[in-house]
Design a protein around this ligand. Structure first.
Ligand code: AN7
Length: 403
C-alpha cells in the first residue's frame, strides 16, 4: 500500500525498514498507491480525530492514542478586522492532549515504533516534541530519551517531559547540536528516532490539513499561515492538502506561508533570495524558543511546499510576536505560546506589505498552548496588584488605572 521514497534520487525502501534518510543523504517521503485508496468526503463523517483518516495513515496495528486531533477551528473576526482581512480562522493545535500539534505526529510515530519492534524512542527538542514523546512513550509502555538545549526550554514543556518519565538530558548547546547527537545515539543504540526527519511523524501531522478541509465543508482555504522551525509541519500540511486534491476530495491547495523569527530565519532567506537550499544559521535566537532552530532538517521539503503552492515566507520580530500573542489572547480568548503567535504577526505583516489580499480566506495554525510557557507570560504581562485584604483596598485597586 505504501513505501518510503527518497525525494532526491527516488530510491525506494520497504515500509518495514528502519531508515530515516536515504543512503544518498536525501529526505524520505511516504508514498502511497493511491489507486488502492478509495475514499470520498462521504466516507469521512465520523467525529474529527487523527485516526478518523486512518485509510491515509501508514500503520496497521492498534494505535497508541490519547485522542489527538479534533482541534477547534475558530473564526476570529476581531483579529481579522485588526489585520485588515474579512475571513480569518485559527486552527488551535494547542488543544491537543499535550498542548501542541506534535501529538498528531507522535501517535502515528510511536505506533510505528511498536509495529517495527523498536524498544526505545528518542528525540532532540526545543520542548514540545519532548513533551509529546514522553507522553506517548508512557502510553506505549516504552522508555523515551529526550535531548534538550540547556536553559532554552519553556518550563511547561520540561515539566511534561520530566513527569511523564522520559530520560531528560540537557545539552550544553542549541537544538541543532542536540539533533546531531540524538541521530548518532539512535544509529549506535538502535533507538527509534522521532524527530520530524522521520517521515512517519509528518504523516500524522498531515491530518491538520485533513481537519481544516473537513471543518470548512471539504474546501481548502486560500492560504495557511504557520510558524516554521524544523520545517516539518509546513511540509506535512502541504502533503495533506495535496493528497486530498489527488483523491478528488478538494480542488485547490492553499498557499503555504511560513513565518520565522528574525533571529532564526534560514527558510525565509532562501525563499527571498530564491536559493535552492538554506544556509544554516549558527546562533539562532528568539523569544519563541520553540522555533529557535538554525538548521531545519526538513528545509528542502518546506521550500518545495512553499514554492509549489505559490506561498511565501516572512520574518517577524520578537516584539511583533509578543504583540500578536497579547492580541489573540485578549481579542479572541485564544491562548497560544509565542511561536504560535508568529503566524498572526506574520499575517499582519504580509497584509500590510500587500502580499496577502483582502478577500483571501486565511487559516493561521497556532501550534502550542499558552500554558506551555508561563514564565514568558510573567515576563511580558503586568504583575498582579498586591493589596491588603480589605474591601476598601479592593475597590481602590479595581478602579485604579494600574494594569
Ligand atoms: C509551538 O519541539 O521543533 O517547523 O523540538 O513547538 O515542524 O519544526 C518544535 C517546533 C512551531 C515548528 N510551533 O514546527 C520541538 C520543535 C511550536 C513548536 C514549531 C514548533 P516545525
Amino acid at each position: 500500500m505504501y513505501h518510503l521514497e527518497c525525494i532526491e534520487c527516488r530510491r525506494k525502501y520497504r515500509a518495514n525498514e528502519v531508515i530515516y534518510t536515504c543512503t544518498c543523504g536525501g529526505l524520505l517521503d511516504i508514498v502511497y498507491d493511491y489507486s488502492k485508496i478509495h475514499i470520498t468526503a462521504n466516507d469521512l463523517k465520523a467525529p474529527l480525530s487523527v485516526w478518523k483518516y486512518r485509510a491515509l495513515l501508514p500503520v496497521s496495528r492498534e494505535p497508541v492514542s490519547l485522542k489527538e486531533g479534533g482541534t477547534p477551528l475558530y473564526r476570529v473576526d476581531r483579529v481579522a478586522e485588526s489585520v485588515g482581512l474579512k475571513k480569518v480562522y485559527v486552527k488551535h493545535e494547542g488543544m491537543n492532549p499535550t498542548g501542541s500539534f506534535k501529538d498528531r505526529g507522535m501517535t502515528v510515530g510511536v505506533t510505528k515504533a511498536l509495529e517495527l519492534g523498536m524498544r526505545t524512542v528518542a528525540c532532540a527538542s526545543t520542548g514540545n516534541t519532548s513533551a509529546s514523546l514522553a507522553v506517548y512513550g508512557a502510553r506505549a509502555g516504552i522508555p523515551a530519551v529526550v535531548l534538550l538545549p540547556s536553559g532554552k526550554v519553556a518550563l511547561g514543556k520540561l515539566a511534561q517531559a520530566l513527569m511523564h518519565g522520559a530520560k531528560v538530558l540537557s545539552i550544553k548547546g542549541n537544538f541543532d547540536d542536540a539533533l546531531k547527537l540524538v541521530r548518532d545515539l539512535c544509529d549506535s543504540e538502535g533507538f527509534y528516532l522521532l524527530n520530524s526527519v522521520n517521515p512517519y511523524r509528518l504523516e500524522g501531522q498531515k491530518t491538520i490539513a485533513f481537519e481544516i478541509a473537513d471543518q470548512l465543508g471539504w474546501q481548502a482555504p486560500d492560504r495557511i499561515v504557520l510558524p516554521v522551525g524544523n520545517a516539518g509541519n509546513i511540509t506535512a500540511i502541504y502533503k495533506g492538502f495535496m493528497e486530498l486534491r489527488h483523491l478528488g476530495i478538494i480542488d485547490s491547495v492553499p498557499k503555504m506561508t511560513g513565518i520565522q523569527a528574525e533571529g532564526a530565519s534560514p527558510v525565509v532567506r532562501a525563499i527571498k533570495n530564491n536559493e535552492p537550499a538554506i544556509t544554516p544559521e549558527e546562533k539562532p535566537e528568539t523569544v519563541a524558543t520553540a522555533i529557535r532552530i538554525g538548521n531545519p532538517v526538513n528545509a528542502i521539503k518546506a521550500l518545495t511546499a512553499i514554492r509549489e503552492s505559490g506561498g511565501t515566507a516572512e520574518t517577524v520580530s520578537d516584539a511583533e510576536i509578543i504583540q500578536a500573542q497579547h492580541e489573540l489572547a485578549s481579542l479572541e480568548g485564544i491562548g497560544v505560546e509565542p511561536a504560535s503567535a508568529s503566524s498572526i504577526a506574520g499575517l499582519r505583516k504580509l497584509v500590510r506589505m500587500g502580499v496577502v489580499e483582502k478577500d483571501e480566506t486565511v487559516v493561521c495554525v497556532t501550534t502550542g498552548h499558552l500554558l506551555k510557557d508561563s514564565e514568558h507570560v510573567l515576563a511580558v504581562c503586568p504583575k498582579p496588584i498586591e493589596i491588603d485584604a480589605t474591601i476598601e483596598a479592593v475597590k481602590k485597586a479595581v478602579f485604579s488605572d494600574k494594569q
